[in-house]
Write a protein that binds this ligand. Structure first.
Ligand SMILES: Cc1ncc(COP(=O)(O)O)c(C=O)c1O
Length: 398
């Protein structure tokens, strides 16, 4: 069967390959005194809080399961709008919010609405792998721009300006970022957007980890800068609803009917049950629980990053959000007689029974040096992982 060039351009998601291998080994070691600890997981270890679960059950019992309008339940769009006002002090009218099947569908809709065949979109290297594939699925070309620790592994206005060609259509940023947990400073973001806007381009920003920001200096939405910025968000991370498949995007007013038309045809609507459940996310009791969990993520970060550094797994930029640590494993890998983060990930999986994600998925620049640790795991698991890694590093014989 002939496979489309578009499908062939989509590279495998290596994170999943690593997760698969870790899953197989985990079954083998499940009943030993060292069961596998999964620090490769990109989703919260919390589930939706009680009010959200009850709202879902109520919706099912009431038979509120028909399609909704393509842009989502009116009330949910209003609640999201209220969240922007309360949490970020920004006026984002509900009519500019389109509810989607996760940030993934939001990214797909934005890319399909704006990218012509051959258009180039600038992204930071490293960045979340699927984002470049949304660009190429829309027949665009993702151009990865290498970044440095000094730049917090994010694009800068100067880099965007230097990388811009007559084929460039815009930028796709993520702040805080996966895999680094680092954000773009608001002033830099403003400058990036100016460079893009002066060239008639588009600024797309994936703000899926914005709710999990640990630093007020960074935890601001790009929507405060300009109504023309397109922001993608989700119920997956801060709201702990990964499998419910619910997210949203905020677009300029003129783009709403375009995205609506695409959404009607491609998805009909996001899950109705999930939308009804998500209404309860914004209740005071749920928000209090989410804030408690956010504090827990921060406490884990504050404990774990110094531990990694002490092990020689250097984290060059302290993450200001999300639940990741992007650590340079070069020195430790050398000590262990292996080279590169891919082998390091398999070594820790086999010897320490700690699953981590090698940098490979996230770009090409320096990703062989880095591994991503996820702190979406209990403090007890993080502590046990550090002990096991310490023992492995102290005993490099294979
Ligand atoms: C940066 C980033 N964007 C988008 C997604 C997709 O999220 P969703 O579950 O909302 O589709 C993820 C998931 O890990 C992510 O890390």
């Amino acid at each position: 069967m002939r496979i489309s060039a578009r499908a062939q351009r989509i590279e495998p998601f290596y994170v999943m390959e690593v997760a698969k291998a870790a899953g197989v080994l985990a079954r083998e070691v499940a009943h030993t005194d060292r069961p596998m600890i999964f620090l490769n997981i990109g989703e919260p270890d919390f589930t939706a809080p009680p009010l959200v679960q009850e709202a879902a059950a109520r919706a099912v019992r009431a038979g509120a399961t028909q399609y909704t309008q393509a842009t989502g339940l009116e009330l949910l769009r209003e609640r999201i709008s209220g969240w922007y006002a309360q949490r970020f002090g920004v006026d984002v009218p509900a009519r500019r919010i389109v509810v989607t099947a996760g940030a993934s569908a939001a990214l797909q809709l934005a890319c399909l609405a704006l990218i012509e065949s051959g258009d180039e979109i600038l992204l930071p290297d490293p960045s979340y792998p699927c984002n470049r594939h949304f660009v190429s699925a829309a027949d665009g070309k993702a151009v990865l721009v290498p970044t440095t620790a000094e730049e917090r592994f994010q694009l800068t206005a100067a880099k965007v300006e230097a990388a811009w060609t007559d084929k460039t259509r815009g930028v796709l940023l993520a702040s805080p970022s996966n895999p680094t947990g680092t954000s773009i400073a608001p002033d830099e973001l403003r400058r990036i957007h100016e460079v893009v806007a002066q060239r008639g381009g588009i600024t797309l920003i994936d703000e899926i980890y914005l709710g999990l920001s640990h630093d007020d200096a960074f935890g601001q939405t790009a929507l405060a800068i300009d109504d023309n910025i397109i922001s993608i968000n989700s119920f997956s991370k801060y709201f702990n609803m990964t499998g419910w498949r619910l997210g949203w995007l905020v677009v300029p007013e003129a783009l709403v009917p375009v995205v609506e038309r695409l959404a009607q045809n491609l998805f009909i609507c996001a899950s109705t049950v999930s939308q009804h459940a998500a209404l309860a996310c914004f209740e005071a009791e749920s928000i209090a629980e989410y804030e408690r969990r956010r504090a827990e993520f921060k406490a884990r970060r504050d404990w774990f990053i110094p531990q990694l550094n002490a092990l020689g797994l250097h984290v060059p930029v302290v993450p200001d959000g999300a639940f990741y640590a992007w650590a340079d494993c070069t020195a430790v890998a050398q000590k262990l007689g292996i080279s590169g983060s891919w082998d390091f990930a398999f070594e820790t999986m086999k010897r320490a029974h700690v699953a981590v994600t090698p940098g490979r998925d996230f770009g090409t620049a320096e990703t062989a040096r880095f591994v991503r640790f996820s702190t979406a795991s209990s403090m007890a698991h993080l502590q046990e992982s550090v002990e096991r890694l310490r023992a492995m590093i102290a005993n490099p014989v294979r």
